[in-house]
Design a protein around this ligand. Structure first.
Ligand code: LLP
Length: 467
C-alpha cells in the first residue's frame, strides 16, 4: 500500500513511485540539511520585514485577520514583472502572449493580465466564459483542448475566437459543421504532437511525446491539412504545440520549433496553407525549490530568429506568469506527536492545494512570523498535513522546519498556479478566499465559500420523472 511519502523512497508502487523517483523531491531538503534556495522572486514580492512575511507592502497576518485562513494571496507586482520579462524577451518578433487560464482563472488576475496586454489560452466553455467576463474579446482567445464539445465550439465561434487549436480530424469536422451552421469560417491551428522528449518533474505533465493523447501525430499533419482544405467552413491559419509543463531548458522548444517549421514548409510547398501563426504552447518552468526557472531571453534566442517572416509567434504560459506571485496562507491547528513522528496539522488541506499530494510536488513552507525567544530558535523534522481524511493529504513530509505551534500562520510558497484552480469541495470543505495585493493595499477578490454554497445546486425536493 502507498504510504504517502514524497521523499526518500518510502513510496510504494505504481505511478507514484515513478513520480517520486523522477521528481527526487525533497532530496536536497534533507532532514537537518541545508536550507534550499528560495523560489525565485519571493524575496522581492514576499519580503520578510521585521521577521514577518509580507506580500509587497502588506503583512500577511493582516490579510489572515481580514480574510481568514486558508487564503490565497497574489501579488500584482509579481505577475506584472513576469509578464513584462517574457514580453520584453520576444520584443524583436511579432508575438502574442496568451495566458493559460487553467493555471489560475480568477477574474481579477485575468483583468490584470489583460491590462498588461495578454490574451488567453482556454480549454473549455467555462474558461471562455471567465475570459469574456474579464472583458477579453474573442480575438484575444485561442481555444485548445483535446475534448471540445460541439456546444463549446459553437460558443467559441459565436465569441469570434482568434484560433481554435484542433486536436483531431474528427474535431475539425465538428468545427466545420458548427461554423457552417453559424455562417462563419473558423480560423484553425492544427495542434501537432511534435513527439519531442521532455524532462518534466512528473509524468502527468508531459504532453508532447509520442503516445500522449494530445494533438495530431506529426506525420499525419500534411494529410489532415489537405483534407481540411476541402472543408468549406474552416481555414488553417497556424500550427500549435504544447510540449509539457515545468520545462526549464530551451532544447525541447528548439526541437519542437524545427518540427513545426518542417511542417510549414511541407504545407506551403503543396499549397495547402500559408500560415500566419506558430504557437509554441506554454510550459516555462519556475523555481519551486532550487531548480532552474525558464529563461525568457534564452528561449527567445532559440525561437525568435527562426520565425518565418509574416508569421506571429504565440505563447501560452500559465505557471510562469503566476506561480511565484502567489502563496497559500494557512494556520496551524495542532502539533501532534504520534508513531514516532511529529505532525503539523494545518487548516488548509489537499482540497485547497492538491499539488503535493497529486504530483509529489515540493512547495516551500515557512512560518509567517519568526518566533521571538521560541524554543531555542529550534527546528524539527515534521510532516505538514491537512485535516482531510486521506493519508495523501500532505504539504510536506519529513521536512525540517522551524518550530511552529498551534495558532501560528504558515506561508506555502509558489502556489499561484494550479493552486486554487485545482481546489475541490472534498470532505465538504468550502473553497478558500483569494486576495490580490497591490503595493500597500489588498482586496478580497474571491470570498470564502459558505456551507450554503456547498449544497447550492442540490435539489431540496426530488422531481422524479417517469422513464
Ligand atoms: N497550453 C496548453 C495546451 C496546456 O495544456 C497547458 C498546461 C499550458 C498551455 C500551460 O502550461 P504551463 O505554462 O502552465 O506549464 N496541474 C499541473 C500542470 C498541468 C498543465 C496542463 N497544461 C501542475 O500543477 O503542475
Amino acid at each position: 500500500m502507498w504510504q504517502g511519502r514524497d521523499s526518500r523512497g518510502d513510496v510504494g508502487e505504481g505511478v507514484l513511485s515513478v513520480a517520486a523517483s523522477s521528481l527526487g523531491r525533497e532530496a536536497s531538503a534533507s532532514p537537518g540539511g541545508s536550507v534550499p534556495k528560495r523560489p525565485a522572486g519571493t524575496d522581492t514580492v514576499f519580503p520578510r520585514m521585521g521577521g514577518t512575511v509580507q506580500c509587497e507592502g502588506v503583512p500577511l497576518p493582516e490579510i489572515a485577520a481580514a480574510a481568514g485562513t486558508p487564503v490565497y494571496v497574489y501579488s500584482t507586482a509579481g505577475i506584472t514583472s513576469q509578464y513584462r520579462a517574457l514580453d520584453t524577451a520576444f520584443s524583436a518578433v511579432p508575438h502574442r502572449i496568451h495566458y493559460s487560464v487553467k493555471a489560475n482563472g480568477n477574474l481579477a488576475i485575468l483583468r490584470l493580465l489583460r491590462s498588461l496586454g495578454a490574451g488567453v489560452d482556454i480549454v473549455s466553455g467555462g474558461e471562455l466564459y471567465r475570459a469574456l467576463r474579464a472583458n477579453y474579446s474573442g480575438r484575444d482567445v485561442v481555444f485548445s483542448g483535446v475534448g471540445k464539445t460541439a456546444t463549446e465550439i459553437g460558443e467559441a465561434l459565436a465569441a469570434g475566437v482568434r484560433l481554435i487549436n484542433a486536436e483531431s480530424e474528427a474535431e475539425l469536422t465538428i468545427v466545420n459543421d458548427e461554423a457552417s451552421r453559424a455562417g462563419v469560417v473558423a480560423d484553425i491551428a492544427l495542434r501537432v504532437n511534435p513527439e519531442v522528449t521532455v524532462s518534466t518533474p512528473h509524468p502527468y505533465i508531459k504532453t508532447g511525446e509520442r503516445g500522449n493523447k494530445f494533438g495530431i501525430a506529426y506525420d499525419e499533419i500534411p494529410d489532415v491539412a489537405r483534407r481540411a482544405n476541402r472543408l468549406s467552413s474552416v481555414r488553417i491559419r497556424g500550427l500549435d504545440m504544447h510540449l509539457g509543463s515545468q520545462i526549464a531548458g530551451t532544447e525541447p522548444y528548439r526541437e519542437g520549433m524545427q518540427r513545426l517549421l518542417e511542417l510549414c514548409r511541407i504545407l506551403a510547398a503543396d499549397g495547402t496553407a500559408q500560415l500566419e501563426y506558430l504557437d509554441v504552447g506554454g510550459g516555462l518552468a519556475v523555481t519551486y525549490e532550487g531548480e532552474d526557472a525558464a529563461d525568457p531571453a534564452a528561449l527567445a534566442a532559440v525561437v525568435a530568429p527562426v520565425l518565418p517572416p509574416g508569421v506571429t509567434l504565440l505563447l501560452e504560459p500559465g505557471r510562469y506568469l503566476v506561480a511565484n506571485a502567489g502563496v497559500l496562507l494557512t494556520r496551524v491547528l495542532f502539533r501532534k506527536r504520534t508513531g514516532g513522528k511529529t505532525y503539523i496539522i494545518t487548516d488548509a488541506g489537499m482540497t485547497d492545494l492538491l499539488r503535493p499530494s497529486h504530483y509529489s510536488a515540493y512547495h516551500r513552507i515557512e512560518p509567517v512570523s519568526a518566533r521571538v525567544g521560541g524554543q531555542d530558535g529550534g527546528s524539527a523534522v515534521v510532516d505538514v498535513v491537512g485535516p482531510v481524511c486521506e493519508s495523501g493529504d500532505f504539504f510536506a513530509l519529513d521536512r525540517r522546519m522551524d518550530d511552529v505551534q498551534p495558532g501560528d500562520l504558515l506561508v506555502i510558497y509558489s502556489a499561484g498556479a494550479y493552486g486554487f484552480a485545482m481546489a475541490s469541495n472534498y470532505n465538504a470543505r468550502p473553497r478558500p478566499a483569494e486576495v490580490l495585493v497591490d503595493g500597500r493595499r489588498f482586496a478580497v477578490v474571491t470570498t470564502r465559500e459558505s456551507y450554503e454554497d456547498l449544497v447550492r445546486h442540490e435539489q431540496p425536493a426530488l422531481a422524479w420523472r417517469d422513464a
